[in-house]
Ligand binder design. Structure first.
Ligand code: BJW
Length: 244
């Protein structure tokens, strides 16, 4: 990690009245969770786009639930890492702090972040695709014999799939926070999935945008600073440098 860049972003953080943080699956990599596209985006030879889509669910609901049940179990066993904890600390330190995540793993909440905008939903609940009835997911996820709901619909994960709209209230809150931020932190996302990626660079031409990611991303050329480092190293270092 470049020390001059760390100092530059830390100075912005110290002075910021409003910070907007956007996270993706890379922030949970050091908790042992796989990123989406890191290992080719495959699960048992199925493409992620095929599983995380209404068409995929209509084709084979049991296959899709097997994937989510397996992931839910892995999420439960995982622990929040130093990056999740650092963002929870920032929420308490910065006058106006908003955290929006694309992740469905609940690790920000478990790290103590109080207000998390979950842009793509969460894996805590299932909901009926016909009557919208909800049920909490148990440790083993949703039993496959509970997919059929009594109203004739199907229970599905409470997740935003490709081609679906984000929850409007969550999206509006994220747009507003991005538009009013002095500093935008973009952490652990390839920034290729829209509309979430637009929050990083398209809602606020005044904000200083800093990316935290060990790799180049779709927005790297458009950000003001890049910390090329795993989030669990960069975020604690950033807070230490900004607030001592
Ligand atoms: C580390 C690290 C470490 C590794 N530290 N970093 C405009 C243009 C083109 C297409 C579209 C567009 N607008 C909409 C679309 C269509 C589509 C889309 O964006 N497609 C793109 C793929 C091109 N978007 C949608 O369909 C969205 N809906 C929508 O727009 O509704 C309106 C509409 C309706 C009808 C038709 C059209 C539009 C919905 C998107 C929902 C995405 N859902 C998923 C799956 C569900 C959740 C789940 O199952 O968990 O969400 S897809 C998947 O990608 C998941 C993620 O949240 C999301 C983002 O991925 P993420 O987190 O960035 O992961 P990776 O793997 O890509 O990147 C990881 C990064 O971490 C890498 O950069 C690593 O380097 C880094 N990293 N270790 C820090 N230690």
């Amino acid at each position: 990690m470049n020390d001059a860049t760390l100092a530059q972003v830390a100075a912005r953080l110290r002075d910021a009245q409003a910070v907007f943080a956007l996270t993706g699956s890379g922030i949970s990599a050091e908790s042992g969770l796989p990123t989406f596209r890191g290992v080719g985006g495959l699960w048992h030879n199925h493409r992620v786009e095929e599983l995380a889509s209404p068409e995929g669910f209509a084709r084979d609901p049991a296959l899709v639930w097997n994937w989510y049940n397996e992931r839910a179990a892995v999420h439960r066993r995982a622990q929040p890492n130093a990056a999740h904890h650092a963002l929870a600390q920032l929420e308490a330190r910065v006058p106006h702090f908003t955290l929006a995540t694309q992740n469905v793993d609940s690790l920000h909440r478990r790290a103590g972040s109080q207000h998390v905008l979950e842009l793509h939903g969460s894996l805590r609940e299932a909901r009926c695709d016909r009557c919208a009835a909800r049920r909490a997911l148990a440790d083993e996820g949703l039993p496959l014999d509970a997919i059929a709901h009594e109203c004739g619909g199907r229970m599905r994960p409470d997740i935003v799939w490709f081609g679906e709209s984000l929850p409007l209230d969550v999206w509006r809150a994220a747009e507003l926070a991005a538009a009013h931020a002095d500093l935008i932190l973009v952490i652990g996302t390839s920034a290729i999935v829209y509309p979430a990626a637009a929050l990083a660079t398209q809602y606020n031409p005044r904000a200083f945008v800093a990316e935290i990611n060990p790799e180049d991303t779709a927005i790297s050329e458009r950000v003001d600073a890049t910390l090329r480092s795993p989030a669990a190293q960069a975020l604690p270092a950033l807070i230490e440098r900004a607030f001592g």
